[in-house]
Design a protein around this ligand. Structure first.
Ligand code: ZN
Length: 247
């Protein structure tokens, strides 16, 4: 079986597999976002080079594909619906964020059942659906090297989440499932460590400065003590002289 790729459209032949499937020459395009493919039987043509996009793209479109940007950037119906769902979710979230905060009511008018939940618990991440899980897994397959090396250059959980318009926590969940709980999620995973290190360094610097100050104060104190001791010595000698003279 030979395959020829042209402008993102693969032409291949398949032998008959059954009475229902007589085999023949087919064209195929593949989804930009996942391994899904659209296949159709090639039209017969005489002599001239066929217009492959003109042949395949309208059929793919009928089958629900987005072919607006050509065969290489075609998106399958599954990814399309996933993207529109994600977009709707995002817009719904923005709508919620934009909603004006209601005026606080008098405490006695507020029924106990309507008490606000603490801000941190208010927005639990939505549960992941299986399509999104596959989409994330496929994307990780492209940009995640392995559990030891983590992400390829420039990629993080955050960036994957943004590129697929899914919650970042979903990406983390899938990555932990596929590459292990210890796998690195990218630079942002180190943020707490960096913050702690920065705080420790600042504290160390502060201590050093305080230590220097103490040292300087000690030097001043030593000098003063020396002067006082010298004065005491002089006074003792003078006192002894006076005692001798009076005595
Ligand atoms: Zn797809």
């Amino acid at each position: 079986m030979s395959e020829i790729d042209q402008d993102g459209i693969t032409t291949f032949t398949r032998r008959p597999t059954s009475a229902d499937d007589p085999g023949g020459t087919f064209r195929r395009i593949t989804c930009r976002c996942c391994p899904n493919a659209f296949e159709m039987r090639a039209r017969r043509f005489m002599g001239r080079v066929p217009d492959l996009e003109g042949e395949v793209l309208p059929e793919a479109k009928k089958a629900g594909w987005d072919v607006l940007h050509g065969a290489r950037k075609a998106v399958c119906p599954r990814c399309l619906s996933l993207q529109s769902k994600a977009k709707a979710r995002k817009e719904a979230k923005i709508m919620v964020a934009k909603m004006p905060t209601p005026m606080p009511r008098a405490p006695q008018a507020e029924p106990a059942a309507l008490k606000a939940v603490p801000a941190g618990k208010a927005e639990a991440p939505p549960a992941m659906d299986i399509d999104a899980a596959f989409l994330i897994r496929d994307k990780l397959g492209e940009v995640y090297l392995d559990a030891q090396r983590g992400y390829g250059e420039g990629w993080t959980d955050k960036r994957v989440a943004e590129s697929l318009t899914v919650p970042r926590d979903w990406v983390r969940q899938v990555r932990c499932k596929v590459y292990g709980a210890g796998s690195a999620g990218g630079a942002e995973d180190f943020a707490p460590v960096l913050a702690e290190a920065r705080a420790a360094l600042a504290a160390a610097k502060d201590l050093t400065e305080q230590g220097l100050k103490v040292q300087q104060e000690m030097a001043v104190f030593d000098r003063a003590r020396g002067e006082v001791l010298a004065q005491v010595g002089r006074l003792e000698r003078r006192l002894a002289d006076i005692e001798k003279a009076v005595g």
